[in-house]
Structure formats: C-alpha cells, structure tokens
Design a binder for this molecule. Sequence first.
Ligand code: NAD
Length: 383
Amino acid sequence: MEKCLRYGMVGGDLKAFIGEVHRKAINFDTRAKLVAGCFSIDPVLGKETAIAYGVDMSRNYLDYKEMAEKESQREDGIDWVSICTPNFLHYQVAKEFLLHNINVVCEKPLCFTIKEAEELEKLAKERDLVFAITYTYTGYTMVKVAREMIKKGEIGKIVNINVEYAQDWLIDSLDPKNQKATTLSVWRSDPKYSGISNCIGDIGTHAENIVHYLTGFDIKRLVCTTDNYGMALDLNANMILEYENGVRAALWCSQVACGHLNGLVVRVYGEKGSIEWAQEHPDYLHVTPKGEPTQTWARGGSYTMKYDAGHYSRIPVGHPEGLVIAFANIYKNVITTILKKKNHETVTEADLDFQNVSNGVDGVKFIHKAIESSKEGKWVEYK
Ligand SMILES: NC(=O)c1ccc[n+]([C@@H]2O[C@H](COP(=O)([O-])OP(=O)(O)OC[C@H]3O[C@@H](n4cnc5c(N)ncnc54)[C@H](O)[C@@H]3O)[C@@H](O)[C@H]2O)c1
C-alpha cells in the first residue's frame, strides 16, 4: 500500500508568489515529494528552483508538454501536477496533463473561457482524475466550522449575505502617470495574461467561491458595475448576486481600496443568528446568536471540537496559524483522495472537502457574467 506520493509543479520559481506557498503547504504533512518541475519561463531560474528543492536535473523540464509526456511514461512518474502559472496558461497546461492521465491541482481562476472550463471538467470526469482548484480560503478551520454551523441550521434560514475582498496594492493605477509602469510590471492588469478581468478574476472569484462553500447556494443572476479608472481591466467592482433560492448577496472587490491589505470578509445572516469571518484574523469567527451579544470563537477552542471541522486545527488555541496551513488543509484532502484512489480504498465525502474543477467552472462563469453585466448595465441570468 502506497503511503507517499510524487508531484510536479509548473510555474512557481524561486521569485514567484504562490508556488512557494504550495510547496510549503504540501510539506506540512510530508506525504508527497516534489520530483519534477517546469518552474519558470526563465531557464536559469527554473534550474535554480530545481536545485533548491533537490529535483533531479533529468526531471527539470524546460517545457510543460515534455514534462507531461515524459512523466506519464515513467514507472515512478508524478501522481499529480500543481499549476502555479499566470492565468493564461492554466487551460493548456491542465489539458496537457489530463490527456496524459495525470491528476491536477490548479490555481484559480481555472481558465479564460467557459467553454475551456467545461472542456477541462469533462476531461477530468471522463478519465476519473482528481482536479482540485486552490480556493485558499476554504482551507481555514474557522471557515469550515462556519460552514458546518450553517449546514446544521445553527443560524437558521439564511436571509442575507455580504462579502467583500478589498486590497490596495494597485492604488498607483489611479494616477495616470503611474499606469504604464503598473501595466508593464504586473501581469494581472494585462488581458493577454489575465483574461477579461483583473480584480473580479483575481479576488472577486474568491469572494464568490467562499459564499458558495459556506452556504451551498448557486447563483441565479447578478448585476455588476466595474471601475477600470483608465486601465484595460477592472480594478474595482460592486455587485448584487441573487441565488436560486432568492437570497441575495452584496459583493464588493477592489484592488484600489486605500488601507485594505488582503481584506476578505464574509458575513452570513440567518433568522437565528449570524457569522462573520475575516481573512486577516482567520483564527477567529464572530458568532451572534439572535438576541445575544457577539461571541468570538477561537480556532482550537474546546467548543469548536464538537464540530467535525474543529479537528482541522493543527496548533493549540491562541497560537496563530495562517495561509500556509489553510493550503495544507486543502492538500491534505487532495493527497488523501489521490492516495486512496491509488490504493483502491473508498474515498469519503470528508476526503473530498476541497474545491474541484466544477467550482472552477463556476468561477469562470462568474467572471464572464459579471463583466457582461457591467458592459450591458443590467441583470444577467446564469442560464
Ligand atoms: N489561491 C490564492 O490565494 C492565490 C494567490 C496568489 C496567486 N494565485 C494564482 O496563482 C497563479 C500564479 O500567481 P503568482 O502570483 O504566483 O504569479 P507569479 O508571477 O509570481 O508567478 C508565476 C510563475 O509562473 C512561471 N511561468 C510563466 N510562464 C511559464 C511557462 N510557460 N512555463 C513554466 N512556468 C511559467 C513564472 O516563471 C513564475 O514562476 C495565478 O493564476 C494567480 O491567480 C492564487
């Protein structure tokens, strides 16, 4: 019986942001080893990354297509690939590995078009491959506890939702003299690399996803306004989402909200109470039972252990966890699922608690509907 997996990575060189977070998170549970990679657009940096992680030079590839081909032919080939490149490569890289029957973990947003997203979903399903999307915030223990509380009806029937994801790192784009520099240095602002949206694709999708994760609600229609401030793509968006059951959510995302760093905040209001979770204080969940004062629940607190999700906590109460552990919780379930499939064991619903290619399709749909609504200035139906 296999106990340890082998994985490869595309993107994520030593200078990149998210690839390093993936590697640290995977190492947390020491059940997978990095053995192959096509880490960079820059071959020197790619080689340095391979050396830093002890990847054999014969498995340090310059081209992801060669990597998929060669790894699929090896007895000891990779069990999955983690895709940590800019958005424009997700579709082609994911498709290549799926076609070689290799499981995929892909960054969000899944890809550029709904057609491409559905094609990837179909391929993964037909070939019975695991396809996870790293919607980071679904990995936090207190988000999982909130989800379970909502599922058990502890805040009652949901009546309203409010979600925001505000940052200010592109604030210089508001100054016309700075716009060129920002465009050149940041791929997220360039439609060629980012797709039809910047802000909605980069962070609005996290906001859309966390509400779906917490409530299970599916969007029926939405109305959206975007602000580009003279840039090619959106930097700020305000929208109303209406779910299939009639509940509505206000969603705001921004990269030019002065004073906000990585401010994902979600509030779910029910007939019997409400919950509020903020990414910058992820170990805490604010719970307000109707008619009572607001309580601050701490990750690892004994009262969270009555929830299955409480057990995701890895460090005693009061000692901060964070982004890497949220990622580690996602990978824990992905690795368990791939291992169980490999060992012909039964995969449980709990193992499958990670966002998958269908959630990725939802994300791409959300981006397209939001941009369509902002262009047409009206509500846009999902079906
Ligand atoms: N889940 C999250 O919370 C989260 C956070 C940040 C970024 N992201 C997503 O992660 C992805 C990467 O973002 P980032 O901030 O790490 O970007 P980045 O620019 O820091 O890194 C991109 C990496 O891709 C590599 N790359 C580019 N073209 C390549 C090619 N043809 N072959 C191999 N490697 C190639 C680059 O060399 C670099 O290593 C994006 O899709 C982004 O949306 C997700």
